[in-house]
Design a protein around this ligand. Structure first.
Ligand code: HEC
Length: 268
């Protein structure tokens, strides 16, 4: 009995060390759990080595014993594996599709913008011609109808305030800001500050600046992380300006003074 406790103790110590290493490497919680389980399985194996041996069997009895052993083993593996956290490819696919969709939209928008610019320059040329004709003395050229502003599509996209908030929250999830920032008590506060009171400390525009250029502000007391550039400088490529504004607007609505969000210090 004492031996069992000793081995369990060793298993726990080894597991603890593994978890410690995993944490220091910032591996996700699931992996830490996995390491602990592996160490404990090892401990159980060593305990089994001490188990008294079974008497010799033959004939039907031995066949039944082998069958029971396999059923037990398969059940343990099956139950164990399915109770551990699963990687869900659907989740990842949805994220990728979303990113791709945005790229597509962006290039479409780019095309529209080019066409609009072309239309505008044509419009200007017509006006110039008109003026010249006027100077020459030709009159009575009917006024060219101004080109209507950029279609209904954009207006529909701009949407109401609710939509902005929705897009903002969606971006928070999509860009995985929660990996480093705790908000509403959720997410990792391991490497970045909690942001529940950011709306009291920065304007929406300043939040936008921080997201677009993480070097623009430094959270007080986070000198090391700031210097290392932990907050990635990639978001301005991953979000279009509208989405970034939505994210900043949404974050700007967090004004929970009971949370100690560090003071942002203006840098560049
Ligand atoms: C890889 C980790 C990481 C990710 C991902 C990350 N940040 Fe940060 N963020 C940090 C760190 C570390 C700081 C503190 C140091 C600094 O100011 O640069 C910080 C600071 C901030 C601050 C200033 C907080 C203050 O109190 O001054 C804001 C605002 C912010 N991040 C917003 C965001 C948003 C929005 C996203 C997602 C688009 C995001 N962060 C993604 C690590 C991250």
């Amino acid at each position: 009995m004492g031996n069992i406790f000793k081995k369990l103790g060793v298993g726990l110590v080894v597991g603890g060390v593994l978890v410690g290493v995993a944490r220091s490497q910032e591996l996700p919680f699931d992996f830490q759990l996995l390491f602990l389980i592996i160490a404990l399985i090892g401990a159980v194996l060593f305990m089994l080595l001490d188990a008294p041996s079974i008497g010799v069997m033959s004939g039907r009895k031995s066949l039944a014993a082998v069958a029971v052993f396999w059923v037990l083993l398969i059940t343990v593996c099956f139950v164990g594996a399915s109770s551990l956290p699963q990687f869900d490819p659907e989740d990842e696919r949805a994220k990728i599709t979303k990113l791709l969709e945005r790229e597509r939209e962006k290039s479409e928008q780019g095309k529209t913008e080019k066409l609009l610019a072309l239309a505008k320059s044509l419009d200007e040329q017509v006006k110039k011609l008109e003026d010249r004709l006027k100077g020459v003395g030709g009159e009575a050229i009917p006024a060219v109808a101004p080109i209507p502003p950029a279609g209904g599509r954009r207006a529909a996209v701009a949407g109401g305030e609710d939509d902005v908030m929705k897009v903002g929250e969606e971006q928070w999830q999509l860009q995985e800001c929660y990996n480093c920032h705790k908000l509403r008590g959720e997410g990792g506060k391991k490497r970045g500050p909690e942001l529940d009171n950011i709306g009291s400390l920065l304007t929406v525009e300043e939040i936008q600046q921080k997201i677009a250029d993480p070097k623009s502000f430094m959270a007080e007391g986070y000198d090391k992380e700031y210097a290392k550039g932990i907050m990635p400088n990639k978001f301005k490529d991953l979000m279009d300006p509208k989405e970034m504004l939505a994210l900043a607007t949404w974050l700007g609505s967090f004004k929970n003074a009971s949370v100690n969000t560090p003071k942002p210090i203006k840098k560049s």
